[in-house]
Design a protein around this ligand. Sequence first.
Ligand code: 2AM
Length: 486
Amino acid sequence: MSEPVADIALIGLAVMGQNIILNMNDHGFVVCAFNRTVEKVEHFLANEAKGTKIVGATSMEDMVSKLKSPRRVMLLVKAGAAVDAFIDKLVPLLSKGDIIIDGGNSEYQDTNRRCKALANKGLLYVGSGVSGGEEGARYGPSIMPGGHSEAWPHIKPIFQAISAKVNDEPCCDWVGDEGAGHFVKMVHNGIEYGDMQLCCEAYHLMKDSLDMTHDEMSQVFTEWNKGELDSFLIEITSEILKFKEKETDSEYLVERIKDTAGQKGTGKWTAISALEYGMPVTLIGESVFARCLSSLKDERVAASKVLDGPSTSKFKGDRKQFIEDIRKALYASKIVSYAQGFMLMRQAAKELNWSLNYGAIALMWRGGCIIRSRFLGNIREAFTKNPELKNLLMDDFFKKAILDCQHSWRVVVSQAAMLGIPVPAFSTALAFYDGYRHAMLPANLIQAQRDYFGAHTYELLANPGTFQHTNWTGRGGNVSSSTYDA
Ligand code: 2AM
């Protein structure tokens, strides 16, 4: 039997797993490494982990015997069946109060289910979002843990030590019960889709309606990165736009890349959740659909030869001003996107009975992850000022920011429509903003139509809570319907 020397075990030696282990080692923790294919443990110890305090295990039993109590085992394996398989193997080897952490990209409903199942066995379960890619995992990711809160004091010192820091504050805090950590990670990924789409729409306008060169576009993104849009994604967009593989290349690499966007699914999950919880998270939805449309490359190529747009796609006017208008349209749309993301989290929290700390979530995203930005600091301030804030758009800072951008935003959306350049995220964000600020929307007509053709009843503004049916045609009956759906 080995001595229990390790603070934590980590199963799964793919890139993320290896980097998290090395990161933990840097912060003085002794990690025991394990992997389904056990040869990878030897290889890791002899190479990347050489000269460190990292220990390896030859079997799950060996791994568990090396762990100090309460035992902490973190899984970084493929989401889905692999997580369940390892949990099943771990359960008989662990004791009451031991902790299993899933750091992979699991669906939050799976985490809900696993939490419940393991609680019955006396084990503490944590589902943790980890964002930041390879680099983040190695030097400081954003970490979003949720599940059994009794586990938090035991993993907090490790997780907060290895996480990214912004002004010395760790980008890792307890998120909430059950799958709350994975839910928040999912929304993060959806927001990431939205932020990327916003960059694409700005680029499309600059390239096709302003005929800007790549160096000019790159320069504009560099400038934007110095102000309120300061963020990782704006920064890398500037780098990408001016990138050539060789100085002598005639074309920029980005223009040689096929314009069909891939996706691994977490953006889609966010959009599905939005539909399930009935929250209008339209910008993320449009961003997912924009990727779907991009994937119809052959159809688009065929359509481009048949379907006409306006006579010109070239902007005629003050170019400098239009670039500033695009910046403001991007910023206002981004505010709407985050407002929508927080609306989704708030609704899920309400229905699943989670207590989420929105300011802490903003801080977790402030550094380490793909959507890291200065802007998340403003969101954190908004929720610190008012933890009960219902909607980001109602915060004074964001209210004023949108007001400052509003005219430009409308110019860009209307110009894009006239020039035939698709800006689905800019325009859906504006439509949402206009819808949200209307006390009266035309849904009264929908209610009338539903009652007209299906006797679904309606509620009078002057008589809340009472539903009535009208015989609109004089034909048919006066009986309301509760079965026919529309
Ligand atoms: P492997 O090295 O043995 O393939 C990322 O793929 C990580 O998840 C790897 O550590 C991989 O182990 C592990 N993994 C993938 N599918 C798995 C499964 N069905 N069971 C256990 N581990 C799995």
